[in-house]
Design a protein around this ligand. Sequence first.
Ligand code: NI
Ligand code: MN
Length: 225
Amino acid sequence: MKITFYGHATFGIEINGKHLLIDPFISGNPLASDIDISQLKADFILLTHAHQDHVLDVEIIAERTGATIISNYEIVLYYQAKNLKGFAINHGGTFKTDSFSVKYVNAVHTSSFADGTYGGQPGGFVISSKDKSLYIAGDTALTFDMKLIPMQTTLDAVILPIGDTFTMGIEDAISASDFVACNKVFGCHFNTFPPIKIDVKKAIHSFASREKELILLEIGASIDI
Ligand code: NI
Ligand code: MN
């Protein structure tokens, strides 16, 4: 499973030649100006919730690639009404293919489109391939529901928001890492806007002091887990 960071909460996940794009927000992110969205591959676009900093580039990428949008019922309906492909799941539900599965799990946050349309309840994803599993928390507060995940799935890595203000901050993300029983954490949702600016060195140190690894990929960088 190959993970590429495209800034903010946008990731590309490659599993057996299939490309999953998570929460595409690139054209609105000045930190991601080196990323050419016309080159991004996507067979599936996974959306955790409807906020603009997670869906801004969905339409342009889905139109070009023909990708299937996977998200909650309301978000998928919204895009199907624009003639894009979608597959709706809701909390507890799993989308399955031959090479991977995607389960929609709880998040504590809000979800509405920029035009005010209701965006269903926000979520996160547990993505499992034959040999690897990854939890993408989405925008969320720390929640006890995270403890359900390792009861069913042994995670190889997790993607957690760490920017505070709109989501968990560093200390809660460290607790989340305990809740999901995984010490390999990719941080996201930090430094894009002034309210979510963090001290990167201090964040890495805080995780390290609890024997945890906080990985903050450069925008455009990839890593295999
Ligand atoms: Ni949000
Ligand atoms: Mn957000």
